[in-house]
Design a protein around this ligand. Structure first.
Ligand SMILES: NC(=O)c1ccc[n+]([C@@H]2O[C@H](COP(=O)([O-])OP(=O)(O)OC[C@H]3O[C@@H](n4cnc5c(N)ncnc54)[C@H](O)[C@@H]3O)[C@@H](O)[C@H]2O)c1
Length: 342
């Protein structure tokens, strides 16, 4: 393999434009060799806007990418229902795969993706950009130093007052997205909470979903929840409350993980880390405005490092299967009104 990782972006929409191509500009060991989107004007825009895409081959058919010998890896940024379909095609064609979140919509899909990766000996990684924000990286180092003690309970969420993505797009069509804010935003913050808690094994979930504020319009499908709340229990006795919305009557948007540790608690909210502890008989709150690279950029660098240099992956496909199992079980719990065992 050449020293640079030769990658193709499949799905040149919003996230690929704003958080992937913009970061490929800064990453020296990745070369963008191909671009694919159903709409040719989207790949054309990438070529026009980004130097790293200038010489890329363009196509509207992702199977053209599978056939190309000059593509080592693909970056899948299509709607959710295509993640597993395209990933499996690419893994079977001998490409490494980085896919946007959520890894896929169902447990059967993520398991099939892992099987294809194992069968073909290729790397499969799902985007977990929130693990790589400066605040999360700082927290991880402090956790490794034992500064907070064991996290035994927590809360996490991404609550929007009004913020349905894509207004009438595939996001609110369950057959294309797999669900509403729970799968769209939950995958980010539940993952971050569990990652910082040391990846405890989930054993049961209980969830409720709601649709009270968002309107149905005849011109598009809206059959997902707008609010999901729930509770996850882990085999080490720890627990996590969850709260995700695209629409809710709340003060403001908040993106947070709050973990209760034996020595200190931490809260990461909107990228600011606060440590809550007690020292010399006094309570203290320490605010850390960590500086560093955008989470997507570090995540993509890590993918390249794993493929090119054999670096130990921070994310494993089994964690992806576990995450989709949690999300699917929360939906099942909301539908049946019962706790679901994992
Ligand atoms: N990690 C994050 O922070 C983050 C943020 C937003 C979105 N996402 C994820 O990124 C993915 C894309 O989201 P988006 O907001 O960019 O959506 P989008 O609708 O803006 O972009 C999707 C693109 O895929 C293209 N596409 C659809 N079918 C295709 C096919 N068969 N072949 C090739 N291209 C095809 C569409 O034409 C479109 O350009 C989703 O899975 C979403 O969950 C992640």
């Amino acid at each position: 393999m050449s020293k640079k990782l030769r990658m193709a972006i499949i799905g040149c929409g919003s996230i690929a434009l704003h958080a992937h191509a913009s970061n490929y500009e800064k990453i020296d060991n990745i070369e963008i060799v191909a671009l694919c989107d159903l709409k040719p004007e989207r790949t054309a825009l990438f070529k026009e806007k980004y130097q790293c895409c200038k010489n890329a081959f363009e196509t509207t058919d992702y199977m053209d990418i599978a056939k190309r010998d000059d593509v080592d890896a693909v970056d899948i940024c299509t709607p959710n229902y295509l993640h597993s379909i395209i990933a499996i095609e690419m893994l079977n064609a001998g490409k490494h795969v980085l896919t946007e979140k959520p890894d896929a919509m169902t447990v059967a899909e993520v398991k099939a993706m892992k099987e294809a990766a194992d069968k073909n000996g290729k790397i499969l990684m799902a985007m977990r950009n929130n693990r790589y924000t400066p605040a999360a990286i700082y927290a991880r180092k402090s956790i490794a130093n034992g500064e907070y003690g064991e996290f035994y309970a927590g809360r996490c969420g991404w609550v929007r007052r009004r913020g349905v993505p894509g207004d009438g797009s595939w996001f609110s069509d369950k057959s294309k997205s797999g669900g509403g804010p729970l799968i769209d935003l939950g995958v980010h913050m539940i993952d971050l909470a569990m990652f910082l808690m040391g990846n405890p094994k989930p054993v049961s979930v209980s969830g409720s979903t709601f649709r009270r504020l968002t309107e149905s319009k005849p011109e598009f499908i809206f059959d997902v929840e707008e609010l999901a709340m729930g509770f996850i229990k882990f085999d080490n006795g720890a627990c996590l409350q969850i709260d995700f919305s695209w629409a809710a009557n709340i003060p403001n948007e908040s993106i947070f993980v709050e973990l209760r540790g034996e020595k200190a608690g931490i809260k990461i909210e909107n990228d600011v880390l606060t440590v809550h502890g007690e020292k010399n008989g006094q309570e203290y709150n320490e605010h850390v405005k960590a500086r560093g690279e955008y989470g997507h950029c570090t995540a993509i660098r890590h993918f390249a490092d794993v493929v090119l240099n054999g670096t130990e992956p921070i994310f494993t496909p089994d964690q992806g299967i576990q995450m989709i199992a949690i999300l699917n079980a929360l939906y099942e719990s909301a539908a049946t009104g019962r706790e679901v065992l994992l």
